[in-house]
Design a binder for this molecule. Structure first.
Ligand code: PEP
Length: 240
């Protein structure tokens, strides 16, 4: 498999801008994984039919169906055209207090509904400065032990690099990706791709994606503009 490019649009774009971006990527023949907001999923799914782009949601409910106002179930996401879902993004872990048991329930629910999670892990600046980065990432990964074969990939996203303009150096990314590769091997998840996320831009994509065990990138801010997303995808294709 070549390098993977995944786009997390967070709470951005509207029906027209999202569909235009998706349809331009489809026309280019790109193979990105797109994670738009809930309201854009169904219209974008219609845009993507017949192409190679994959569609995912940014979150899901751990529940099946019922009285959970404001939540969206895994089955609803499948019904809207998703095949993937983000779980454990730092903006959910830190903005909404999601962790351990809840994330495991979400991962299991996604798998039961046939959705492939992109599971995000990563330490805060405080944890890194306290020398705890690997311990934290190991703990985040530990929920995968009972989930053989259900995830699409893991994304290493140091919290201090998300949306801040700070990026892990290629050496920092390489060190953590090698660690994650070892931990996944111990969990029996030898083939799971590991993406890097955190202020990836056209200018740093090559240095990051050429590091060992960096199988692709998860891009936030730079995925909202066609030019920058194309440029990052061009780097991914060039490396192959
Ligand atoms: C993200 O939201 O997963 C992310 C990596 O964002 P950004 O690229 O903007 O740092």
């Amino acid at each position: 498999m070549g390098k993977i490019v995944a786009a997390n649009w967070k709470m951005n774009l509207r029906r027209q801008s999202g569909c235009e971006l998706a349809s331009a990527l489809k026309t280019d023949g790109r193979e990105c994984w797109l994670f738009p907001s809930f309201t854009l999923l169904a219209p974008i799914a219609d845009t993507l039919i017949g192409g190679t782009l994959k569609l995912g949601a940014q979150d899901l409910s751990p529940e099946l169906d019922g009285a959970f106002t404001g939540d969206v179930s895994a089955e609803m996401l499948g019904d809207a055209g998703c095949t993937m879902v983000l779980v454990g993004h730092s903006e959910r872990r830190h903005g909404h207090g999601e962790q351990g048991e809840l994330l495991l329930r979400k991962l299991k629910r996604a798998a039961e509904a046939g959705l492939k999670p992109l599971y995000c892990v990563g330490e805060t600046l405080e944890e890194r400065e306290a020398g705890r980065a690997k311990e934290v990432v190991k703990e985040h990964l530990s929920v995968l032990k009972d989930l053989q074969g259900t995830c699409a990939a893991v994304a290493y996203e140091p919290v201090w690099a998300i949306g801040t303009g700070l990026t892990a150096t290629p050496e920092q990314a390489a060190e953590m990706h090698a660690f994650i590769r070892d931990e996944l091997t111990k969990l029996g998840l030898t083939d799971l791709p590991i993406l890097y996320g955190g202020s990836v831009k056209p200018g740093n994509a090559k240095d990051l994606m050429t590091q060992p065990h960096v199988d692709g990138v998860l891009v936030g801010g730079a995925s909202l503009k066609l030019d920058s997303l194309r440029a990052i995808d061009d780097v991914a294709r060039e490396i192959g």
